[in-house]
Design a protein around this ligand. Sequence first.
Ligand code: G3H
Ligand code: 13P
Ligand code: ZN
Length: 311
Amino acid sequence: MPFVTSGGMFRDAYGGGYAVGAFNVNNMEIIQGITEAAAEVRAPLILQVSAGARKYAKHVYLLKLVEAALEDTGLPICLHLDHGENFEICRSCVDGGFTSVMIDGSRHTFEENVRLTSEVVKYAHDRGVVVEGELGRLSGVEDDVSVADEDAQFTRPDEVEEFVSRTGVDSLAIAIGTSHGAYKFKPGQKPRLRFDILEDVGKRLPGFPIVLHGASSVAPEFAEIINRNGGAMPDAVGIPEDMLREAAKMAVCKINIDTDLRMAMTAGIREHMAANPSHFDPREYLRPGRDNIRALVRNKLVNVLGCDGKA
Ligand code: G3H
Ligand code: 13P
Ligand code: ZN
């Protein structure tokens, strides 16, 4: 069974008022934790690979590991490039077996973003691959591109129709106040998302799938375990889960999660090593990391995204 594109997943998600989880993958334990949880609750999945993940694990290892998960679970899985920054990396992933790519032209001018995104769309669509574009900029760190907080720019709703019609993208990431990483709001700051922008975009693009990046909740239970076992993430704060649930009921069909996976794995490893300082077999400390990821993803699929039972 081959990978699927996200086209059918998004049509169902839009109509059903839920979102599909897009989880970043970097190694076998992360892939197993995510896909075992999805198999338990029969959820469709998008597994996404960043440029950094390709550098760390190599394209072919991640491709083959996700193929193994497909064979093991029989789930509909879309393999997606996260934050492709130029045409070359998108082409490499289209040619290398991915069924979806993101071209992130959000740091360019509108016109350059349109030109670059259109180029990728032409290449990908000719080969049956779907494309995600981005308009507006998230604060925080996007792969190698650092965007200072003060530079954060929300998506301008009056640009989205022109962008989608001129580029032909299949989905659009927008900036409404989420950001990448574990420190999304300053200590004491009330988390706030611009639902008015999301609503406006949804009205202008009826039925069109919107993507939310930087959507980790920075799982407080795992932050607490990390801090209790020698880690130092006291000010970590993410997007409240009820806000994500709200977005999933609106036009948001894809919700990106990476930081929560990292924290779940790190919490498992730290807790295990603190309790068992003599252990040195990686299987002993990676297992609790993988177990934490399975529990975290199961909760997201069922209680946040609402995509359980949709595979
Ligand atoms: O949006 C960024 C993702 O969390 C990927 O991060 O470039 O460190 O793999 P990475
Ligand atoms: P988080 O850092 O909030 O997990 O966001 C991940 C993401 O947007 C990947 O593209
Ligand atoms: Zn992102």
